[in-house]
Design a protein around this ligand. Structure first.
Ligand SMILES: [Zn+2]
Length: 95
C-alpha cells in the first residue's frame, strides 16, 4: 500500500491507515488534493500506531504524489519515476 506525506505535519503515512482514499474522494479527486495523516485528519484525529510516526525527510516523491525511500526509487520502484525530493510543509515540526 502506497505511502504519502501528510500535507500538514509532514509525516510519512500509509494510504491504508490515514483515510487517504476517503479524503481523496471528499476532495472530488482534485489534482491539488492535500492529504492528511491519521493524526491531522479530523475524522480519525490520532496516530494509528501501526508504525512509528516520523517526518518524510529524505523521501522522494513520484508524479502521482506517493513517496518512496531513495533506495526504493533506485531499485524496485524505479518504474514509478521520475522522482523529486520531498519538501516538508511549512507547518511540519522543525527538526
Ligand atoms: Zn499530519
Amino acid at each position: 500500500m502506497p505511502l504519502y506525506m501528510c500535507s500538514k505535519c509532514g509525516s510519512v503515512e500509509n494510504t491504508a491507515c490515514g483515510g487517504y482514499w476517503r479524503q481523496q474522494r471528499d476532495a472530488n479527486y482534485a489534482e491539488d488534493f492535500k492529504p492528511l495523516c491519521s493524526a491531522c485528519y479530523p475524522e480519525i484525529g490520532k496516530w494509528h500506531g501501526d508504525f512509528p510516526q516520523r517526518l518524510a525527510e529524505g523521501f522522494v516523491q513520484s508524479k502521482d504524489g506517493f513517496i518512496y525511500r531513495q533506495s526504493e526509487a533506485d531499485g524496485y520502484f524505479k518504474h514509478m519515476g521520475p522522482f523529486t525530493p520531498i519538501t516538508l510543509p511549512e507547518t511540519a515540526p522543525q527538526s
